[in-house]
Design a binder for this molecule. Structure first.
Ligand code: ADP
Length: 454
């Protein structure tokens, strides 16, 4: 117990010193307390104190080291600036994904830290295949390309978050020797060409990701226009209209008219509205931006932003346009539905007048719910009804599946006369009996049920 007391004594003294650093206003000679800091005998005793001088010494060494480190830092930064060049690619930039893809294709990579990027691909027949590509994971990687050493640093900022997409903010920093700075532009160019080559002959589907458009899955093989069977004349009318529009940019510009065109396809579900738009985009070699207006959490602001930032050479597809008219009431009750308002939709469609071309396709199953203000020229310039299968459609679809079977096609058409069937239902039926046209005809009663198999 007594040892415990003595070890605490010096500490107590120091404690008093540091806690009372202010000099007393009274002259030292008149100060009655010998332990007061302003007393000369006190200062002498402190400097003689071995604890104090050791502490002061340490502070001196510490300060020296800190200075040295700072000098070294400045030195290395200056050196890096002269010798190295860096290129920063933030995750928001287009070339970010291009670069990662490119990097995953480099054969002799020395990286041991990999991350996986999974892509889904839905085929026309509905099957899904998944591709994994291994890309450099977060961290530093060194590789050699065209004779230059390049360091790749993939950094994830744990604190910074892209609030709109919920994904962590990332940057890739490429560093190389100053003399090799030219490789950066070569590398980015190659990465871009690689990404674009993958898209050739394909249609890229973009979906909204927060306020921006992101490619959804891998680019899909173009759908042939001939694979979509519409009633006589409809397809030709729309294709001609869109092509005229695309070829007349200067006409709009010269007259100061916003360069945009709106189309409305309406009719029952499964009549080929989405399929046709996809095939049309393929025909025009355009991509598609799909937005479902009943999507959760979609607000007027986001819609507006998305519509004014469509990737170039894209057709905008607004599905379920009636959602803006019906969901408003539901939103009040559940609070979680789409929050699009009618005026929000009109604003977004009218948008800022820009020189950029804009092709908007809208689809709805319920045209009767639409406000006339939406379908006025300028917002909707052409509207077409895609209904249940007509005789001509039934015949053409049958012959597409069973080539040369004209007689059976006639029997099939006759058997369906007076019945309402959707083209999607027909497709389901033909897929089910794909090797047996006779049975497709004899089981004609099951046409609508086979729709369920889709
Ligand atoms: P919608 O958008 O009108 O609801 P979809 O385009 O999604 O219809 O069609 C659903 C499925 O039915 C697709 O697999 C499509 O291939 C097929 N389909 C529907 N209508 C047609 C049509 N007119 N021609 C060819 N296929 C069609």
């Amino acid at each position: 117990e007594s040892r415990h007391d003595t070890t605490h004594e010096p500490r107590d003294t120091t404690f008093v010193c540091t806690m009372d650093p202010l000099p007393s206003p009274l002259p030292p000679s008149t100060h009655p307390d010998p332990s007061h800091p302003s007393n000369p005998t006190f200062i002498a005793s402190v400097t003689a104190n071995p604890f104090f001088s050791a502490g002061a010494g340490l502070i001196g060494v510490g300060a020296g080291l800190a200075l040295l480190r700072q000098a070294l830092n400045i030195g290395t930064t200056a050196l890096r600036r002269r010798v190295l060049v860096s290129l920063e690619i933030p995750s928001k930039d287009k070339s970010y994904l291009w670069f990662l893809q490119w990097m995953s294709q480099q054969p002799a990579r020395k990286t041991h830290q990999l991350a996986v990027e999974t892509t889904f691909k839905q085929h026309d027949n509905g099957s899904v295949s998944t591709t994994f590509s291994l890309v450099p994971g977060p961290g530093k990687h060194l590789f050699r390309w065209r004779g230059a050493w390049i360091q790749v640093q993939r950094q994830r900022d744990g604190k910074m978050m892209d609030l709109t997409t919920g994904s962590p903010w990332e940057t890739i920093t490429l560093t190389t020797l100053s003399r090799d700075r030219g490789v950066f532009s070569q590398l980015l160019k190659e990465a871009r060409e690689l990404a674009l080559a993958k898209q050739e002959g394909k249609t890229v589907m973009y979906t909204s990701w927060g306020p921006e458009w992101r490619p959804f899955g891998l680019p899909r093989r173009r759908r042939m226009l001939s694979s979509v069977i519409l009633d006589n004349g409809i397809k030709e009318r729309i294709v001609k209209d869109v092509k005229d529009f695309i070829n007349n940019g200067s006409w709009y510009n010269e007259r100061g008219i916003p360069y945009r065109r709106g189309y409305l396809l309406y009719g029952p579900p499964g009549s080929g509205k989405s399929s046709f738009i996809q095939a049309l985009a393929g025909e025009l070699e355009y991509n598609i931006c799909i937005l479902n207006l009943s999507e959760r959490g979609l607000t007027d602001d986001r819609l507006n932003h998305l519509l004014s930032n469509i990737p170039e050479r894209s057709v905008m597809l607004l599905e379920d346009i009636d959602a803006a008219f019906t969901k408003r009431k539901q939103a009040d009750q559940t609070g979680s539905q789409s929050m699009i308002t009618f005026s929000g939709l009109l604003n977004a469609l009218d948008g800022v007048a820009s020189a950029e071309e804009r092709i908007v396709f809208m689809t709805t199953n319920h045209i009767e719910l639409l406000d006339p203000a939406l379908v006025r020229p300028g917002r909707v310039d052409l509207k077409e009804y895609l209904g249940n299968a007509t005789e001509s459609q039934i015949r053409r679809m049958f012959l597409r599946f069973y080539e040369g079977q004209e007689d059976l096609a006639e029997r099939f058409v006759n058997a369906l006369r007076g019945r309402e069937v959707s083209t999607a239902g027909l497709q389901g039926h033909f897929v089910y009996y794909k090797d047996n046209p006779e049975e497709a005809v004899s089981k004609v009663e099951s046409v609508d049920e086979s729709c369920q198999l889709l």
